[in-house]
Design a protein around this ligand. Structure first.
Ligand code: PLP
Length: 403
């Protein structure tokens, strides 16, 4: 689309009816692995599926427009998208990442650092002194993840990106928890945005995919070169489904976040919940920053239950929230990060990040909010246990989670 449309329109309408072959309204899927050349001396615009694919191009174009990027690489997973950014780090370089990032990201950075490819420092990016100290030795790449997974910590993107850039780093933001419908890190000073498109962007829990988007055309080109070189580019069928999912991104996230806000408020007021982590709550330490840099609070929340409820029995008693990893789909999910999404972090790293063994993370879906509230209520009742092991809810919360 050449005109400047609103982002809702880009998501819904980009490439609609643009098929030059048969004037198909829904952009067609191109599955061919290879393309015919007219003349062996003249390279066609598409020559081989790893290097380029028209269906992937449509998705890349839509995502680039939504994030305000010069270019986009769609890859086979969110981890591939994040790993692609590490191709920009020189040998022996320095990487700074959040101490409470997604467990798979933590594992990747730690494993590559152990191989001697670069040094990594995991830092609490909400802590001014710790962040400044980490930057003192210089940095080649800084990863920001906000809201963080699973504690929904909020990092001031503009401030942290400016500090990182002053230290000479490329700044990467993982925007998976909000999508461009709610946060645009490139406008706030980041160089690169990464996504697990598995989550909100596809939104239907039937594709694992990723995207790496760069503000600057030269960086976008370098990323595309590496993606072709290392072979991480995404499959045509996945791109087709993800573009289809993207059509409804804005109405999906609006409905899901409306329910998440109600659930967070309800749990916050419920004595059986010791602590609720949701940036939309006024008492959340990142509330003001989130209100400034996000256009909504999203549909993810985490909770520490009080001593009178068994967290394992609670998640097992839920009927509408399926116990599963992942998030951002149309369906409500629940997980225990320590045992599931963040199991690849050492218990010590989880403790440092404030991720307790009993923390529960919800991804709120499109079911009716009242049904979700009733489900939580019945599960809290079903999981109630006898004598509390702790003297008070406050004492329990203090031991369960330091974050
Ligand atoms: N980034 C975040 C914030 C995530 O939550 C995840 C997965 O849960 C990833 C990246 C990795 O994405 P994928 O599972 O698509 O590789």
């Amino acid at each position: 689309m050449t005109e400047a449309y609103r982002r809702e329109t880009t998501a819904a309408a980009r490439a609609v009816g643009a098929d030059p072959g048969h004037r198909a309204v829904a952009p067609p899927i191109h599955l061919s692995a290879t393309y015919r050349w007219e003349d062996p001396r003249i390279k066609p615009s598409y020559d081989y599926g790893r290097s380029g694919n028209p269906t992937r191009t449509e998705l890349q174009g839509a995502l680039a427009e939504l994030e305000g990027a010069a270019g986009c690489v769609v890859s086979g997973s969110g981890m591939a998208a994040i790993d692609l950014t590490l191709c920009l780090v020189p040998a022996g370089g320095r990487v700074i990442a959040p101490h409470d990032c997604y467990g798979g990201t933590y594992r990747l950075f730690e494993a590559r650092a152990r191989k001697g490819q670069f040094d990594v420092a995991f830092v609490d990016q909400t802590d001014d002194a710790a962040y400044e100290q980490a930057l003192q030795g210089g940095a080649d790449l800084v990863l920001i993840e906000t809201p963080s997974n699973p504690l929904l910590r909020i990092v001031d993107i503009e401030r942290r990106a400016a500090q990182a850039k002053a230290a000479g780093a490329i700044v990467v933001a993982d925007n998976t928890f909000l999508s461009p419908a709610r946060q645009r890190p490139l406008e706030l000073g980041c160089d690169i945005v990464v996504h697990s498109t598995t989550k909100f962007i596809n939104g239907h829990s039937d594709v694992v995919g990723g995207a790496t988007l760069a503000k600057d055309a030269a960086i976008a080109e370098e990323l595309a070169w590496w993606a072709n070189c290392t072979g991480v580019t995404g499959a045509a069928f996945d791109s087709y489904l993800t573009l289809r999912g993207l059509r409804t991104l804005f109405p999906r996230i609006a409905a899901q976040e409306a329910s998440a806000g109600v659930i967070a408020e309800r749990l916050h007021a419920d004595k059986r919940a010791a602590r609720v982590y949701y940036p939309g709550l006024k008492n959340h330490p990142g509330h003001d920053t989130a209100a400034r840099q996000q256009s909504g609070f999203g549909s993810m929340l985490s909770v520490e239950l009080g001593p009178e409820v068994d967290p394992i029995e609670f998640v097992k008693a839920l009927r509408l929230f399926t116990i599963a990893e992942s998030l951002g789909g149309f369906e409500s999910l629940v997980c225990l990060p320590a045992a599931m999404t963040h199991a690849s972090m050492s218990p010590e790293a989880r403790r440092t990040a404030g991720i307790s063994e009993t923390l529960i993370r919800f991804s709120v879906g499109l079911e009716h909010c009242d049904d979700l509230l009733a489900d939580i209520d019945q599960a809290l009742a079903a999981a109630a246990r006898g004598a509390p092991a702790y003297a008070s809810t406050e004492q329990y919360a203090a031991t369960a989670c330091s974050g």
